[in-house]
Design a protein around this ligand. Structure first.
Ligand code: CA
Length: 120
């Protein structure tokens, strides 16, 4: 799709609109619980081991954990970095997606602002 903006590129914009660090912290609060403490990233193994500690993840089945990893792993290294996890949590939060769609539009409009000569 032409002019498609990657979701993760917009995350900082949306975060700043919705409440900045508070939002990021909220989205990422599960990360430290789920990550492999030695590697500093979430692996399928650490996800499997720790998902019971995170509300909303404790009854995920094995194949759901696998698809969560696959969906969240943007760079294909087989693990979830903190950023990847945040983006995934964002995608998995329908209410958040709903609230952010407005800012999505704002960001898109801002991006195509060049032919708009409106003065400030
Ligand atoms: Ca990754």
């Amino acid at each position: 799709m032409k002019g498609n903006i990657e979701f993760e590129d917009l995350l900082p914009v949306i975060a700043s609109k919705l409440g900045g660090e508070g939002l990021i912290k909220e989205l990422c609060k599960g990360f430290e619980l789920l990550m492999d403490k030695e590697k500093g990233v979430i692996t399928l193994e650490s996800l499997r081991k720790n998902s019971s500690m995170v509300l909303g993840l404790h009854d995920l089945k094995e194949d759901e954990l696998v698809s969560m990893m696959r969906e969240g792993d943007l760079d294909g290294d087989g693990t979830l970095s903190q950023m990847e996890f945040c983006v995934l949590m964002f995608r998995l939060s329908p209410q958040l997606m709903n609230d952010s769609s407005f800012w999505f539009q704002q960001a898109m409009n801002h991006n195509h602002h060049n032919d708009n000569k409106a003065s400030t």
